[in-house]
Design a protein around this ligand. Structure first.
Ligand code: PLP
Length: 376
């Protein structure tokens, strides 16, 4: 079978470091190490004594205790610490799915589990979030996509790219579909904590069914992607199976990552990080909305309920990959084309960034729109 690359991440690797304005990242403007230590009242000197050894292969106990405390019924034995949520998703796709199995996935979504599964010969069925109904879950399409052969239902909630948070009835429908056929639910919840419209955290799937696996990490809601720290919460026997694969992929995360991750998840630090994230997300989206209104009728967006991301529809006679290449080449601005999510005539724009940077780049986006409208 021919290997298919991860299109979204390939766009990022190729272009994100080459432009004046990068709006392609899915997290918020990252935290500086000094800022994190200040939030915790920790001196840098304490960190200088860290032995640069391997940490515990499944994640340091204290860190796993902090992670377990975030869930209602988790314990350190039910947690595996991974190199980002991306290692978590990759391990899960390779542990739970075999060639010939079926995977049901949300569309649009971050397509990592789907891509890794397709590369293993897994059949993929899609169910939808409906943009016309503010990205409501299409429950009929969910029920059609989940068959007796479905091994896993994979959801990203809050969703990348739409920012949709599933409501209780939608979560119940997913749990019922999994229950009907005995499937696992993999819930990638990396944007929980990054709510834009509310101050309570988007609820986890964890605890709603025995077959739930929750994935999370410090890259998005915490603004710490450079720590490369993620985790999986799952039943203890499955954690053992995942751990055996983790020994093949990365062996472990890093000692410094574990130490800093533990600091970030101390309740008093965590709440400061979450507040910072929400502030950036809220301010950034207001600026984005204002700037998208400069050319009336061109852009429209369902305001994201969470995340730094907006999945913006545009009405211009150009496909999304071509539009992104023009933006990059002519204006040195980079956003993600909707094509990466299988949805053309959309752009995924990240806006939880410093205001002058955001305005500078969006002015260039509007300049290009002016050129296109003028037939140039
Ligand atoms: C939904 C989702 N899951 C996982 C990841 C990977 O994140 P990381 O490996 O940095 O934790 C991303 C990154 O964009 C994402 O959007």
């Amino acid at each position: 079978m021919e290997f298919a690359p991860f299109a979204l991440e390939q766009w990022l690797s190729d272009w994100e470091q080459t432009v004046d304005y990068n709006f392609s990242e899915s997290g918020v403007h990252p935290v500086v190490l000094k800022e994190l230590l200040e939030m915790a009242g920790e001196s840098a000197d304490n960190l200088l004594d860290t032995p640069l050894n391997y940490p515990e292969v499944n994640g340091d106990t204290l860190l796993r205790e902090r992670i377990a405390a975030l869930y209602e019924d988790a314990s350190p034995e039910r947690i595996l610490v991974t190199v980002g949520a991306s290692e978590a998703n990759f391990l899960l796709a390779n542990t739970l799915l075999d060639p010939g199995d079926e995977l049901a996935v949300m569309r649009p979504t971050y397509m990592q589990i789907e891509g890794a599964a397709r590369n293993r010969g897994v059949a993929v069925r899609e169910f939808g979030l409906d943009e016309a109904r503010d990205w409501a879950l299409d429950i009929d399409s969910l029920n059609a996509a989940v068959t007796p052969n479905t091994k896993v239902i994979a959801v990203v909630n809050p969703n990348n790219p739409s920012g949709k948070i599933l409501d209780e009835a939608e979560m119940d429908a997913i749990v019922a579909a999994a229950d009907r056929v005995g499937a696992w639910i993999i819930a990638d919840e990396v944007y929980a904590g990054a709510e834009r419209e509310r101050n309570d955290q988007a609820p986890s799937f964890q605890g709603r069914h025995e077959n739930v696996i929750a994935v999370n990490g410090l890259s998005k809601a915490y603004g710490l992607p450079g720590l490369r720290l993620g985790w999986i919460v799952a039943p203890a026997p499955l954690i053992q199976d995942l751990w055996r694969r983790h020994e093949f992929t990365t062996i472990s995360t890093t000692m410094l990552g574990n130490r800093l991750g533990e600091i970030a998840l101390r309740p008093a630090v965590r709440s400061q990080l979450i507040q910072r994230t929400r502030r950036l997300i809220r301010d950034g989206f207001s600026t984005l909305e204002e700037m998208l209104a400069v050319h009336p009728g061109v852009f429209s967006v369902v305001p994201p309920m969470a995340s730094a991301l907006s999945f913006v529809r545009y009405d211009l006679p150009i496909g999304s990959s071509d539009l992104v290449h023009r933006l990059r080449g002519e204006k040195s601005v980079f956003v993600i084309p909707g094509d990466c999510f299988g949805v053309d005539h959309h752009l995924r724009i990240s806006s939880a960034l410093p205001d002058d940077y955001l305005r500078g780049g969006l002015t260039r986006v509007n300049d290009l729109v002016g050129d296109i409208l003028a037939g140039r």
